[in-house]
Design a binder for this molecule. Structure first.
Ligand SMILES: C[S@@+](CC[C@H](N)C(=O)[O-])C[C@H]1O[C@@H](n2cnc3c(N)ncnc32)[C@H](O)[C@@H]1O
Length: 296
């Protein structure tokens, strides 16, 4: 349906002037709290807007999308007011485009993160409005600035902590999905000296949202090494956790040497052979589309 553009209105949504509630990118960055407090503030915001444990993939996917926007487009923090001026349906389309854009760069991880973004293909008007409200609050809380800063996004497992808060402790203990506290995994990465020469593969048999990987990647960066030069192999039985692990792999810049199986580690090959095939197929599809874009 064609949009009902009002005289003086920006063709993409409401006029920019009406987004004056959002501080400039410069001001948002200048007033960021330290990383742990920043993550806590973002999580509190999401939990306040989305208190129920139903449809977790929507708030988690919204946070993942906003955090990854600077990865897809480094100019995203400066464009926040423009994005915030979009109507809900336009914003949802923009969010979908971001995942398509990332798919061309990291097809396997975007497909593995599917639970966090496939809902964007069929969003009701009410959900689009709720997602828009949440995106505005996340912009105000500086999530774009977190996503644009490699040290800040590696400082804590924001998505994992959010998943834990949204799920609530009781249901989580039943499924064994406890997030390992940052202080323990950061200390563990240091003790194990992640990134020792010859240590090319970093495995995780019960990966959760990947807080161990985060600590190891942060340790590698601290040593001046590139986490994307390693192979990261993880198995996670819970589909939502596996999707968060994939989104985190994108956010933390782990590169394309990431293999994530959504499977039971205790089975014969832990689902890794199937995950490898899925990764090969995703890359082949991307290559075909990149070579013959008009066939699409
Ligand atoms: C302690 S948590 C994850 C710890 C992780 N280091 C973190 O901090 O994010 C354990 C994870 O193992 C997963 N898990 C439990 N049994 C599993 C199995 N048999 N195969 C694969 N994953 C399993 C759970 O779903 C949960 O996400």
């Amino acid at each position: 349906m064609p949009s009902q553009q009002q005289p003086g209105e920006h063709p993409e949504g409401i006029p920019f002037d009406e987004v004056s509630w959002l501080p400039s990118a410069h001001a948002r960055k200048a007033f960021l709290p330290e990383a742990d407090e920043h993550a806590r503030r973002i999580i509190d915001t999401v939990v306040a807007v989305w208190p129920s444990a139903s449809g977790l993939e929507i708030p988690l996917g919204t946070v993942a999308t906003v955090a990854l926007l600077p990865h897809a487009d480094p100019g995203a923090p400066e464009a926040a007011r423009l994005i915030a001026s979009l109507r809900p349906a336009q914003l949802v389309t923009t969010m979908r485009h971001m995942w398509t854009h990332l798919w061309f760069r990291h097809p396997f991880l975007v497909e593995r993160a599917g639970l966090l973004h496939l809902w964007l293909d069929s969003v009701s008007d009410q959900t689009a409005a709720e997602v828009t409200e949440l995106v505005h609050l996340l912009f105000r809380d500086g999530l774009l600035e977190l996503g644009a800063d490699p040290d800040r996004r590696l400082a804590t497992d924001l998505l994992g902590r959010l998943m834990q808060r949204l799920r609530g402790r009781e249901s989580k203990s039943a499924r064994g999905a406890f997030h390992t506290p940052d202080v323990i995994v950061d200390f563990g990465a240091d003790m194990l000296n992640a990134g020792a020469p010859g240590d090319q593969q970093i495995g995780e048999p019960a990966a959760g949202s990947g807080n161990m990987w985060r600590a190891q990647a942060a340790h590698l960066r601290w040593q001046g090494k590139d986490p994307a030069a390693r192979e990261w192999v993880g198995v996670e039985i819970d589909p939502l956790s596996a999707a968060v692990l994939a989104a985190n792999s994108l956010l933390w810049g782990l590169g394309d040497g990431v293999l994530i199986a959504c499977a039971d580690t205790l089975t014969r090959d832990s689902g890794l052979a199937q995950a490898r095939e899925e990764r090969d197929r995703a890359i082949a599809r991307r290559n075909t589309l990149a070579e013959h874009p008009t066939n699409n």
